[in-house]
Design a protein around this ligand. Structure first.
Ligand code: G6D
Length: 352
């Protein structure tokens, strides 16, 4: 199915901002803008064949200029946290923006969810894909190296949204990209996701301190509310007094995946008993951040004039572990000059 293009705005920052509409042979639709690589809408069927939008977002482009919840965005150069905003590579220290207290979060004030990507339609394996590219210049957000990044979005006829990331720098730098879509499988405006059932293919997680920063430990999930080794409602943990939940003000933690990194492997499953929508997540990266939308608020009117509230959607962000620059036993997101970063994540939708 061809990719259609709608104008969002002409000549903003000397570049056009458009909305690209991807569709597959079953009627699944993804609406993606080259502003921030943001997934604006993802429209999939429920068990009765009703197609509805299952990702949170805005209708107006200008709302994405702030986007303090990072709705749908490509996150980079470094997704998640860097403690004390300090990046050290080969004894050279780079002071990144402390945009979350004294820590660095999601690439800083002008992360990849805030830049205008060049967009083109390309054919890969006989499928039309949306290919976004961006050159992050040496020193942008105080990161070292000219980093060329390509993110390719495609829809499969198995009702999957596939995201392929590629990046390479001319200097040693840090690269940890993800997508920050919030899912509500009932419908983007249906309300809280406490009845959503989740399974995470991991028996370990990286606990955090009161500032949301991983301590460096890797703990078994057994005996905690972070045990999603079997499918269970998200609300059980959210309403518990589990110490890890208290520290994250809900779920806002990274689980340790057992993936080889050579091909996408299953990381999680999410099920909404109301609609029957079931989503599988596959990835090639070693971590997945489950964030339960703990700080969502109704300060802006979203799509369909909805005002979101706490727990209105949840994120499953595949990634390197947060704060891995400090903990050398965590997989490293440091890439030497010329070393290619590659990452594939697939969100596959079905019904039950
Ligand atoms: C909060 O701690 C969370 C982050 O994990 C999330 O990405 C952000 O809100 C939107 O800072």
């Amino acid at each position: 199915m061809g990719i259609l293009k709608e104008k969002f705005i002409d000549g903003y920052d000397y570049k056009d901002i458009d909305i690209f509409i991807l569709s597959n042979s079953n009627g699944m639709v993804a609406k993606i803008t080259n502003f921030g690589g943001i997934v604006i809408s993802l429209i999939v069927p429920d068990r009765n064949g009703k197609y509805e939008d299952v990702v949170l977002g805005y209708d107006r482009l200008e709302d994405y200029f702030e986007n303090r919840f990072y709705f749908g965005g490509i996150i980079g150069r470094h997704a998640n946290r860097i403690e004390n905003s300090k990046l050290e590579i080969k004894d050279i220290e780079y002071n990144l923006k402390n945009n979350e207290g004294r820590h660095h979060l999601h690439g800083g004030d002008k992360g990849f969810h805030k830049v205008i990507w060049d967009a083109e339609t390309v054919i890969i394996n006989n499928r039309e894909c949306l290919q976004l590219t961006y050159l992050s210049r040496d020193g942008e957000e105080n990161y070292p190296g000219n980093l060329k990044t390509t993110v390719t979005y495609s829809l499969g006829d198995d009702n999957s949204l596939r995201i392929d990331y590629f990046a390479v720098s001319d200097k040693d730098t840090v690269i940890n990209l993800t997508n920050h879509s919030y899912f509500n499988l009932s419908w983007h405006g249906a309300g809280d996701i406490t009845n959503h059932q989740l399974k995470i293919y991991s028996d370990k997680f990286t606990p955090i301190n009161e500032e949301g920063i991983p301590t460096g430990e890797i703990l078994e999930v057994t005996g905690t509310q972070l045990d999603f080794t079997s499918m269970k409602p998200v609300g059980t943990g959210l309403l518990s007094d589990d110490i890890h939940i208290k520290k994250g003000n809900g779920f806002d933690h990274n689980w340790v995946l057992k993936v080889s990194g050579t091909h996408p492997e299953k990381a999680a499953e999410l099920y909404d008993p109301e609609s029957g929508r079931f989503m599988e997540v596959y990835t090639t990266k070693p971590g997945i951040q489950f964030f339960s939308g703990n700080n969502l608020s109704s300060d802006k009117e979203a799509k369909d004039k909805i005002r979101y509230s706490k727990w209105g959607g949840l994120c499953l962000e595949t990634q390197y572990f947060p704060n891995s620059l400090k903990h050398k036993h965590f997989p490293s997101p440091i890439f030497s000059a010329g070393k290619e970063y590659r990452h594939t994540t697939i969100y596959r939708f079905m019904t039950r």
